[in-house]
Design a protein around this ligand. Structure first.
Ligand code: PLP
Length: 370
């Protein structure tokens, strides 16, 4: 099998798995208990928080564990809206993940205004467009770091500056970026950042929200005193340990992985060009390494996915479909992809475990099918 759907999920890192085992077997203590048996879990939790903070340039007390990207996004958006400040408008973009868009729809249904920014043809939110709709009532700006379909990386530092100029808080959904490209929250200036372990070779169902010291945010879950009383619930120690171990491995290998993935991208692109295939590559020139959103003229992305599947190659399409209708994704519509290309879209997302041979196999399979 050639697995080329790493934007959907990734393979669990071996070191991460091994680091998790003791906390699933003998070190099962509850980190909140004061006896020495639980101290092992408590110390491991502290160490994991430190490791993650170091990987993104934060302090350990700014890392809050959640169940993943969806929860982190829900918390950032609802937690800001529920502060019920005089400043109560949220600004986001039309290409966000549904974890953000549906959280925004929810706060809108409760009477909190939300404004949605358009993007350029490359899927970029420009600082100028953000500036044009900022007002003194804007409380939160939430713009994703990198898009999950087309990989475009946003000018986060500049967008954060615009939000701060109006006294607003800046959140970024960095689920597709953390563990894949260098990120330093202090340098970027962001106030909140969402991440999910299973996108960077960690376990599923665990993630974190970075909350800069001093940022006001309502609690997400009420109950015990875990996560500074902001997100109650007994911690999933094994998953947290696995997440920290996976992030440390990926960050240490980041530079090498990026250059390998860029090389695999060019292998596929070169072969398609040599085969004189009529296609468009979506996204910006600066996109997440290994992400290839390709739209083939007059083709059907679903059919391509199934043909590739028969050849044991896993990719995804640019459309979310149910068993009745195939709906074109909101991202492809937002970048105004021409009609004759839009239905022929697939997303190839290569990861650190792919090889050059995988890239050649994908390109050859595509040429054969097309
Ligand atoms: N945000 C983005 C950009 C994503 O790509 C995803 C997952 O696909 C999520 C949020 C949701 O993350 P999780 O699967 O950890 O809930």
């Amino acid at each position: 099998m050639v697995y080329a759907d790493n934007a959907a999920t990734t393979k669990l890192d071996k070191n991460a798995f091994e680091a998790m085992i003791p906390f699933l077997t003998e070190d099962y203590g509850n980190a909140s208990q004061p006896y020495s048996f639980s101290r092992r879990a408590k110390n491991a939790l502290k160490e994991a928080r430190n490791t993650i903070a170091n990987c993104i340039g934060a302090s350990f007390e700014e890392i809050f564990f959640t169940s993943g990207g969806t929860e982190s996004d829900n918390w950032a958006i609802k937690g800001s809206a529920f502060l019920n400040d005089e400043k109560n408008t949220t600004i986001t973009s039309i290409i966000e993940h549904h974890a953000v868009l549906r959280s925004c729809a929810f706060i809108e249904s409760l009477g909190h205004p939300v404004a949605y920014l358009p993007v350029t043809g490359e899927g970029i939110v420009t600082p100028q467009s953000l500036k044009s709709i900022m007002t003194d009532c804007t409380s939160l700006v939430s713009i994703m770091f990198a898009n999950n379909e087309i990989g475009s990386i946003q000018p986060i530092k500049e967008l954060t500056q615009v939000a701060h100029d109006y006294g607003a808080v800046f959140h970024t959904d960095a689920v597709q970026a953390v563990g894949h490209i260098p990120i330093n929250v202090s340098d970027l200036g962001v106030d909140m950042l969402s991440a999910s372990a299973h996108k960077f070779n960690g376990p599923k169902g665990i993630g974190f929200l970075y909350i800069k010291k001093g940022t006001a945010l309502s609690p997400y879950q009420n109950g015990g005193a875990q996560e500074m009383g902001l997100r109650a619930g007994t911690e999933n120690i094994a998953a947290i340990i696995g997440m920290a171990a996976a992030l440390a491995v990926n960050c240490a290998q980041e530079e090498k992985t990026i250059s390998r993935l860029r090389n695999f991208e060019s292998i596929i692109i070169e072969k398609l060009n040599q085969g004189k295939i009529d296609y468009k590559r979506n996204g910006s020139s600066d996109c997440i390494p290994g992400n290839l959103s390709l739209s083939f003229k007059g083709r059907d992305g679903e059919a391509l996915l199934h043909r590739l599947d028969l050849m044991k190659i896993c990719v995804s399409t640019g459309s979310a479909c149910d068993n009745v209708n195939t709906q074109v994704s909101h991202v492809l519509r937002a970048i105004k992809l021409p009609k004759e290309y839009i239905h022929g879209t697939i997303r190839i997302s290569l990861g650190r475990d792919n090889s050059e041979d995988d890239a050649i196999k994908i390109a050859s399979a595509l040429l054969k099918i097309l």
